[in-house]
Ligand binder design. Structure first.
Ligand code: FSX
Length: 366
């Protein structure tokens, strides 16, 4: 377990990162999250001075892509440094301790920070046959989630598996996999979907929680600052869509000219995420920029609903499940003051109307 009195300021010095660089990071975080200009300085001040927040990270039914996403960088980044700021008291992939020592660390952290720790979950939770399909230290994921969630201040569900069930929940869902919000209904839950999520989105949301509390969420519990727009809204290929210029195959002249990939099955119009603006690998690129359509990985049921290479316009899949247009449920100022329960999320999910061909045609006249 790490020293809870440790501050980020000393980590910055240890890594030779200047205040100016750190301020730049906070400024870009604040701007990505559409916060007012003064927020960057407040964020920097708070992150460097407050005590480390206890975080317990549980990984359930998943591929470890979410952890890979946040840790796989070829050099230490400020994003990874944010994790030096928190006291990551349990993460069975990253921690040095194993076996009973790891479980003892989890229990100790839960006791020492009762009601105050943040629980991060990646992976879905199998519920069929009493949850026997995934266990850690002999405890089913279902039991461990309920146990650790009980005294958490807030929960961050990371990755589409934890937020919506993701791949484990895909038909025929042999383990009865469900999302965190299907199990925990009495705690604030922030959903950060994506298979995997963008690293800077994870750290940005975490920085917001640590400094200003829970960010403003959409109807699916996703921070509006990162999931408020569709990929289509911010796509650099959008002008081709508007002019009706579509690639018909991945190697035709249109594809070579960088035309819109909509007819090749791109799910950008029905997918909410920050890939088109934040991008991946330190802002290098994102799938559409490398010539492949969006597969909609940050939307519920994307494995079953889309048909990866089928155009939305063919009617294959059911775009209504793809969360067209998020319904805001309001902002929350602090960990204790925001409460997003399952019924609210479910209700919002039910309110989503399918995107129709007419809606998409309507875009052409904007
Ligand atoms: Fe799921 Fe994450 Fe996809 Fe993988 O932990 S969101 S399968 S990237 O690993 O949960």
């Amino acid at each position: 377990m790490t020293d809870p009195d440790h501050r980020l300021a000393s980590e910055l010095i240890r890594h030779g990162i200047s205040r100016r660089t750190f301020l730049k990071f906070c400024t870009s975080m604040a701007s990505l999250m559409a916060l007012p200009p003064a927020a960057a300085a407040q964020m920097a001040e708070k992150l460097t001075t407050v005590k480390r927040q206890s975080v317990i990270w549980l990984s359930f039914q998943e591929c470890t892509g979410c952890t890979e996403s946040i840790t796989r960088s070829h050099k230490p980044t400020l994003e990874s440094l944010i994790f030096d700021f928190v006291s990551l008291d349990y993460h069975h992939t990253l921690q040095a301790a194993s076996g009973s020592a790891a479980e003892a660390a989890r229990e100790q952290a839960m006791q020492a920070n009762k009601g105050k720790y943040i629980l991060i979950v990646d992976g879905a939770i199998p519920t069929k046959d009493d949850g026997v399909y995934s266990t850690i230290a002999g405890i089913t994921n279902l039991d461990m989630l309920q146990q650790v969630a009980r005294d958490a201040a807030a929960i961050v569900a990371v990755g589409t598996c934890a937020t919506f069930g993701g791949l484990p929940k895909a038909s025929p869902n042999p383990t009865g996999a469900v999302s965190v919000s299907d199990i925990v209904t009495d705690k604030p839950i922030i959903n950060i979907p994506g298979c995997p999520p963008i690293p800077v989105v994870m750290t940005g949301v975490l920085a917001h929680v640590l400094t200003f509390g829970i960010p403003e969420l959409d109807g699916l519990g996703r921070p509006k600052s990162f999931y408020g727009d569709s990929i289509h809204d911010r796509c650099y290929r959008r002008p081709f869509y508007d002019r009706g210029l579509f690639a018909k195959s991945f190697d035709d002249e249109g594809a070579r000219q960088g035309w819109c990939l909509y007819e090749l099955g791109c799910k950008g119009p029905t997918t909410h995420n920050a890939c088109a603006t934040v991008k991946w690998n330190n802002g290098t690129s994102f799938p559409i920029q490398s010539g492949h359509g969006c597969i909609g990985c940050s939307e519920p049921d994307f494995w079953d609903a889309g048909g990866f290479y089928k155009s939305i316009s063919t009617g294959i899949g059911s775009p209504g499940q793809w969360a067209a247009g998020a319904v805001a449920v309001g902002a929350a100022a602090g960990l204790g003051s925001a409460f997003l329960n399952r019924s609210t999320q479910q209700q919002s999910r039910d309110q989503h109307q399918p995107i129709t061909e007419q809606d998409l045609k309507g875009d052409e006249h904007e």
